[in-house]
Design a binder for this molecule. Structure first.
Ligand code: PAF
Length: 281
């Protein structure tokens, strides 16, 4: 696995692959890799001849400076994990490489509507930061396929929308969430949980499963959302939202909508947990 730190070196490394007609799959990450990231990498290796992974803790998508500073950085372990996988190239840019004019002055990408609801309402500017860095990374790597986890379902839809709206020549693939045996979705932020909080964290997934059962039994979304909020509070979590939405665009569902998703975000100690579950009525 080769490592490059600049966009120029990235272009140099990938040019022969393109010339040989090899397909390139790209997995953007912020590091602190876990089995969820490795599932993305394995899917990337399945769908293309070449795999590029990036590790960049993107300051533009953090709404709080302390969260950015505290974000776990585990480069040595990440490299080791990637070296065990079929990864051809690791792109490891510095902030100056990604934002040479500084973050205030850089051109931004905004996906209106989708970016302002749910997590976007609680983390102002977050999805502009995500959309901007993903656009820049896609333009730098120029992959045929880019892979994103379904755990960050809103992020996946934001990326799909920007790729469509900006006519970027890349296929976006969602990869199913990887869970612990007790249902907790894998996340870099799980490491903020104390052992006692870790024991309570699967309540989030249980509340989503219960919501799915309620929707399948014909309960209206409003009642399902209220019950979800109550369940999370009863388990000692501090929910931001528990919401039933239309799966294609995260709009509130009407009676004719059958493809839904239940999404939730909740604090547990220092950790902000998010998760979601699809529901087909
Ligand atoms: O999901 C993440 O890790 C990040 O939001 C991403 C897509 C790498 C952009 O910084």
């Amino acid at each position: 696995m080769e490592t490059v730190r600049t966009i120029a070196a990235l272009h140099q490394a990938t040019a022969p692959w393109r010339a040989a007609g090899e397909r390139i799959a790209f997995v953007p990450t912020m590091g602190n890799l876990h089995a969820g990231h490795l599932a993305l990498v394995r899917e990337a290796a399945r769908v293309a001849e070449r795999v590029v992974v990036s590790i960049f803790v993107n300051p533009l998508q953090f709404d709080r400076q302390d969260d950015f500073q505290a974000y776990p950085r585990t480069l040595a372990e990440d490299r080791e994990a990637l070296a065990q996988e079929a990864v051809d190239l690791l792109f490891l840019p510095e902030v100056e490489e990604m934002y040479p004019r500084g973050m205030e002055a850089c051109t931004r990408v905004e996906v209106p509507g989708l970016s302002e609801v749910l997590c976007g309402a609680f983390r102002p500017g977050h999805f502009v930061g995500v959309a901007t860095v993903v656009t820049k990374l896609l333009n730098a790597v120029r992959p045929d396929v880019a892979l994103f986890g379904e755990k960050d379902f809103q992020q996946l839809l934001v990326v799909r929308r920007l790729v469509e709206d900006l006519n970027l020549p890349v296929e976006v693939r969602g990869v199913p969430t990887v869970r612990e045996p007790d249902g907790l979705a894998l996340s870099s932020r799980n490491r903020y949980l104390s052992p006692e909080e870790r024991g309570r964290a699967p309540a989030l997934y249980r509340a989503l499963l219960a919501a799915r059962e309620r929707l399948l039994a014909g309960e209206p979304p409003g009642a399902v959302e209220a019950a979800g909020m109550r369940e999370l509070e009863a388990a000692g979590l501090r929910p931001e939202y528990f919401s039933v939405r239309r799966r294609e665009d995260l709009e509130e569902p009407g009676p004719a909508d059958g493809q839904l998703v239940v999404l939730a975000a909740a604090w547990l100690g220092r950790a902000r947990l998010i998760d979601n579950l699809p529901v087909d009525l």
